[in-house]
Design a protein around this ligand. Structure first.
Ligand SMILES: *[C@@H]1O[C@H](CO)[C@@H](O)[C@H](O)[C@H]1NC(C)=O
Ligand SMILES: *[C@@H]1O[C@H](CO)[C@@H](O)[C@H](O)[C@H]1NC(C)=O
Ligand SMILES: *[C@@H]1O[C@H](CO)[C@@H](O)[C@H](O)[C@H]1NC(C)=O
Ligand SMILES: *[C@@H]1O[C@H](CO)[C@@H](O)[C@H](O)[C@H]1NC(C)=O
Ligand SMILES: *[C@@H]1O[C@H](CO)[C@@H](O)[C@H](O)[C@H]1NC(C)=O
Ligand SMILES: *[C@H]1O[C@H](CO)[C@@H](O)[C@H](O)[C@H]1NC(C)=O
Length: 368
């Protein structure tokens, strides 16, 4: 019989918000202009239109990203392989990260400049402020080089159970693996999933149990209320709006959705937590499921990544889940994170039995 767990550290409530489909450089690369310690963009990074032609035109990174992108760049397993290796040959280590422009242009004429565009910090005021006041991670990679649901699965269950793409029928059938929510429940720690439309966490068999029905909480009715009353669970997941409609605009940042709505969601979550009596024991983690096809200059780790459960992906790739995905934005916010220290450290965080994130973290704060 598992024991009731105790939390000895100051943080009793971890709030996780996973946004959609943007790379680190695309969202935060130009933070380097404000803090040179951030491993972001200098303006000299480029990708050739053809990786095989030494005289190919080069597409430079720019700071002209806008809230609403006209395109949704490629982020299938095959597309990502081309983006990071420049071809289907996966032997380079580190990978050259030179195939983003070429792959995008193959998908749609003119898309190559779109994937090389990144946001000016002024256009993302919420992230810019949080990154400067708290901690921004510049070595956080998507768990797998593929699409949304498999990547989200790693967040909730440390594996995708062999899933390599968004196969709707598999998702609706339900996945059998143990999740972080089950581990928390075993340890008698509380959890809650604040959803805005559809909770994607229902893709797991175990979460469909009747005993968990009260764990699914309406974001609009209950998030502020629970926070104000000091009743947020120990592990709190916030699910953004994944589908756009005129009544309820999507706020998950996925192209073609308006990134301004994502900024408003993050601001609302942050301000709600700040006002909560639980603030002093809270850690907010804002991260992304995957890079969405946008350029990033930091080589993706391609060796010695452990397969979580021995399952491989389907033919023809038989992917062994032994490479990570592209770097994504991650910001952590807590009163326990000091501003103005400019320190760099590596740590391994073990959030529970099922979820263990191994990450290398750079805390980047402006020197005052
Ligand atoms: C879990 O969260 C509740 C509410 O904040 C808190 O009272 C409790 O101490 C937390 N559990 C542990 C083991 O810290
Ligand atoms: C794949 O790339 C490596 C170097 O990264 C090279 O040595 C090898 O010849 C390439 N293989 C093929 C089939 O092109
Ligand atoms: C993120 O991108 C993947 C790949 O295109 C797509 O399947 C998925 O639907 C996207 N996520 C959302 C929420 O649209
Ligand atoms: C994105 O949302 C912002 C804020 O609501 C709005 O001002 C802007 O016009 C929107 N952009 C587009 C292209 O719809
Ligand atoms: C936060 O918690 C720490 C340690 O328990 C305590 O020293 C500090 O006074 C608290 N701060 C606030 C604002 O409650
Ligand atoms: C992670 O997300 C990206 C972008 O959608 C996608 O291409 C990739 O296939 C996902 N990973 C897996 C293992 O499906």
């Amino acid at each position: 019989m598992p024991e009731k767990d105790t939390i000895n550290g100051p943080i009793k409530t971890v709030v996780v918000l996973v946004m959609e489909n943007r790379s680190f450089d695309h969202m935060l690369g130009w933070l380097k202009r404000i803090n040179p310690e951030v491993d972001g963009l200098t303006g000299t990074e480029s990708n050739p239109l053809s990786t095989t032609n030494p005289n190919s035109p080069q597409i430079l990174v720019s700071d002209s990203a806008t809230y609403v992108d006209p395109f949704d760049p490629g982020h299938s397993f095959q597309a990502i392989r081309k983006q990071i290796f420049g071809s289907d040959n996966t032997s380079a280590d580190p990978p050259p990260m030179n195939g983003f422009a070429q792959e995008a242009e193959e998908e749609s004429k003119g898309l190559s400049t779109a994937v090389m565009r990144a946001f000016k910090p002024e256009l993302l005021p919420v992230y810019t402020t949080l990154a400067m006041e708290f901690a921004v991670f510049d070595r956080w990679f998507a768990s797998i080089p593929t699409s949304t649901q498999p990547n989200r699965s790693y967040v909730h269950s440390a594996t995708s159970h062999g899933l390599m793409s968004n196969v709707l029928s598999d998702l609706f059938k339900g996945f059998p693996q143990k999740t972080i929510f089950d581990s928390l429940d075993d340890s008698q720690l509380s959890f809650g999933i604040y959803y805005q439309i559809l909770p994607s966490t229902l893709f797991y068999d175990t979460l469909r149990q009747l005993k968990y029905i009260n764990k699914f909480r309406d974001y609009y009715l209950l998030f502020k209320k629970d926070a104000n009353e000091g009743k947020l669970p120990n592990y709190t997941v916030i699910e953004p709006v994944y589908y756009d409609s005129s009544i309820l605009p999507a706020n998950d940042d996925h192209p073609v959705h308006n990134v301004s709505n994502g900024q408003m969601l993050v601001k609302e979550v942050y301000e709600t937590l700040r006002k909560s009596p639980q603030w002093n024991e809270t850690l907010l983690i804002i991260t992304y499921d995957e890079h969405g096809g946008f350029y990033d200059h930091v080589p993706t780790p391609v060796r010695n990544v452990p397969n979580p459960d021995g399952l491989n992906g389907p033919a023809p790739y038989d992917f062994q889940f032994d490479r990570l995905g592209v770097r994504v934005p991650t910001i952590m916010v807590s009163p326990w994170i000091n501003k103005g220290m400019g320190l760099s450290l590596s740590l391994s965080l073990s959030l529970s039995l099922s979820l263990s994130l191994s990450l290398s973290l750079s805390l980047q704060c402006r020197e005052q």
